[in-house]
Design a binder for this molecule. Sequence first.
Ligand SMILES: Cc1ncc(COP(=O)(O)O)c(C=O)c1O
Length: 396
Amino acid sequence: MNLSDRNQLMGFSPIRKFNKYANAAEKAGKKIYHLNIGQPDIKTPTSYFDAIKGFNQEVLAYASSEGNPDLREAISNYFKRVDVDFTPDDILITNGGSEALMLLFLTLLNDGDEVIMAEPYYTNYLTFIQAAGGSIRPITTTAEDGYHYADRDKIEACITDKTKVIALVSPGNPTGSVLTKDEIKMICDVAVEHDLIIMADEVYREFVYDGKEMTSFGQVKEAANNVVVIDSVSKRFSACGARIGCIGTKNAEIMSGLMKFAQGRLCCPTIDQVGATALYNLDPSYFGPIKAEYDHRRNVAYEELQKIDGIVCAKPSGAFYISCKLPVDNAEDLLMFLLTEWDDNGETVMFAPEEGFYVTPGLGKSECRLAYVLCEEDLRKGIQLLNKGIQAYLNK
Ligand SMILES: Cc1ncc(COP(=O)(O)O)c(C=O)c1O
C-alpha cells in the first residue's frame, strides 16, 4: 500500500517531531523548559470554565456547521471593537485557527497554485498548502533586515500566473514582525490590482509592543472582497485546548465554498463554543495586563539571549516568539544533544529548530524559534540552560 503522493511530500511538524525524545527525557526524570511551542502558561479566564459548568442541556447535540449563533455574534461584536466590520454571517467557526487554514487552502487552491509568503513562516502553513496541492513562493527575510518583507517590488516579483494567495501573519510567528497600517494598505492594493486573496492570520492581534498600533487587514474596506482573516481563541485567551477558531470574510463566494467543507466535517465542539462565547464577551480591559506580561517576557528573553556569544536575533515587535541564529551549524543536532545527552542538574531546554520554517533549501539550519510563553523565572532559566547547553555542545 502506498500513501498518497501528497502525504509522502509532507514532513512531520518541525515543532512537534522532537516530542518523542522530550517525552523519553521527561520519563527518565529530566525537567525540560519548553520554549519550543506557543503554549502560554497564562491562566485561561475563569469565565470560560464557568460558562461550561453552566451548560445544562440534556443532550450534547451537534452544533450548526457555521458555528453557534451566540459565538458568531460575540465574535462579530469583538471585531467591531477593533474596527472590523464582520457581521455574524461573515464568520465561520472552525476547530482552531488550524482548521481555518486547512479549509481555506482547500477552498482556494488548485494543484500547482502558489502562495506568496515570507520565510521563515509558521511551519504548518506548508502542511495545509501541500495538502491542498499548492506550494509556497517565498520572500526570504533575515534577522539582519528585521524580517522585513512588506515591499511592493519584492511581493510583485513573486507573482506568477499560478499565484492565488498572499499569506501574511501579523503579529508574526516565528519572527514577531508587525505590519504597519501603510504596509497593510499597500499589500491590499497589490492584492486588488492582481486579483489575489489575502490570507491574514491575526491570531496574535492584541500582542503588539513599543507603542505599535494594533491593525487588521479586515479594516481595509477597499479590499474587503480580497481579504480573509484567520482568528483563534488559543493565544488571545490562552485557551489552546478549546480548539475554537474562525474565518472572517466579506467574500460571499469564498464563504460559500468554505461551507461545503464545514458541512462535511459537521461542526465544532458544542461545549467549547459555549466557553469561547464567554471569552469573546470579556471586557477588552482583559488584554491590558496580558499584553504587559508578554512585553515584559519579550524584554527578559531578549536580554538573556544577548548573553549568548555569537547569537543573532532581532527584538520582536509582536506575538510571543523570537527567531535566533545560534552559534552552531545544525540546530536540530544541538536540540538532540540537549534532549538526549546533556542536562544541568537534571534540567534542559527545548526550542523549535527553524530549518522546517523555510522552503528554500539550506536556509535556517543554524536557527531556532523560542516562544516566550513561560513566566520570567522559567524563561530566564530556560535561556540560561540554552547558553550552557550550547557551550557544552561546542566543547564536546
Ligand atoms: C500564526 C498561527 N496561526 C495559526 C495557529 C493555529 O492555532 P490554533 O489552531 O490553536 O488556533 C498558530 C498556532 O501556533 C499560529 O501560530
